[in-house]
Design a protein around this ligand. Structure first.
Ligand SMILES: NC(=O)c1ccc[n+]([C@@H]2O[C@H](COP(=O)([O-])OP(=O)(O)OC[C@H]3O[C@@H](n4cnc5c(N)ncnc54)[C@H](OP(=O)(O)O)[C@@H]3O)[C@@H](O)[C@H]2O)c1
Length: 292
């Protein structure tokens, strides 16, 4: 298949480039960083440069578009003017949806687990209450709404917190934790925030499986097999790498006056599993990443 990946230089995008290029013809987009896009058929432009975006549909003719380009987390979004975040995360998603509809391409949109209300309990279903509490999460939810309204042939993935090693310039929180612990430095990690963390390699593998399924018009929780805190994640790194667990101090959101108190956006992934897409157990994923 011909697949156009937006955000190909990002944390997830670079892993997608590697995985999807194994069996498909890809075109991958980057902007300020090149990452591994130089190793693939790639194109550099700002996602709100709609002339260039339109031209890709005429020249490359993608059958599938995987839209990951975004102002991709709450801290980054807070540092930018709100209209700029809106333009990248909402307007560009709208435009891309229109182009996909016009050119009969399927759109896979990477939304976020942070669109859910984080205080309603664990293992949230796709129909659970949505209350995004940051500008970032709000614009990801608005992106979802644009996709749903504009292009019937879509899949919206509510992507969980990613872990694992980023390629090239990309850095994950997991990498920071690993580097600090490896250097014998003390770190503080939240013990009272829970997510269905999913490894970067699993994300790429599972998207690669998903595109072969005849599923459309669906919103799907795209998370890992287990509900974990960052504290637990740190302890797993220590267990696998035989590092000192006492370097990790468990902290709470109240204790440090966290800006966005998202207690629990762990997700029920039955819908994903019913499609035959099954993530590895969290411990197996951590083991795989650290012993590769
Ligand atoms: N990482 C997570 O834990 C996580 C969790 C849930 C959902 N998600 C979602 O997954 C997607 C990918 O996340 P990520 O962690 O891979 O993000 P990332 O590492 O920050 O990468 C973002 C990508 O978007 C591109 N981009 C940003 N602004 C752009 C603009 N104005 N024009 C063109 N390209 C632009 C970046 O290009 P350059 O760097 O080249 O400028 C980069 O390729 C996002 O939609 C995010 O909301 C991520």
């Amino acid at each position: 298949m011909k697949i156009f990946i937006t955000g190909g230089s990002g944390l997830i995008g670079q892993h997608l480039n590697v995985e999807l290029s194994k069996s498909h013809e890809i075109l991958t987009q980057f902007y300020k960083h090149i990452g591994n896009c130089s190793e693939f058929n790639s194109v550099r432009f700002a996602i709100n440069d709609y002339e260039t975006l339109s031209s890709i549909f005429k020249t490359f003719k993608p059958e599938i578009v995987i839209h990951t380009a975004a102002v991709s987390n709450a801290d980054r979004a807070d540092q930018l003017p709100a209209d700029e975040v809106y333009d990248v995360n909402v307007n560009a998603t709208q435009k891309l949806s229109e182009l996909c509809r016009k050119h009969q391409a399927k759109l896979i949109y990477t939304s976020s687990d942070l669109v859910y209300a984080g205080y309603r309990g664990s293992y949230l279903m796709e129909e659970s209450k949505l209350i995004p509490i940051s500008l970032y999460a709000e614009t990801k939810l608005m992106g979802e709404m644009k996709v749903r309204k504009t292009i019937p042939n879509h899949i919206i993935l509510r992507v969980a917190l990613q872990f694992g090693f980023g390629l090239n310039h990309s850095r994950s929180h997991f990498q920071f934790v690993y580097d600090e612990l490896k250097a014998g430095r003390k770190i503080k990690l939240f013990a009272d925030q829970f997510r269905s963390a999913l490894s970067l390699t699993e994300t790429a593998r599972m998207i690669s499986e998903l595109i072969t399924k005849s599923v459309s018009g669906e919103t799907i929780n795209f998370g890992g097999a287990d509900r974990v805190s960052r504290y637990y994640l740190g302890k797993e790194i220590c267990r696998v790498c035989k590092l000192d667990e006492n370097l990790i101090e468990p902290i709470t959101m109240e204790g440090v006056h966290a800006m966005y108190k998202v207690e629990d956006v762990s997700m029920n992934i039955d819908k994903l599993k019913q499609l035959g897409i099954v993530p590895k157990a969290f411990r197996d994923s951590v083991q795989e990443i650290l012993t590769r």
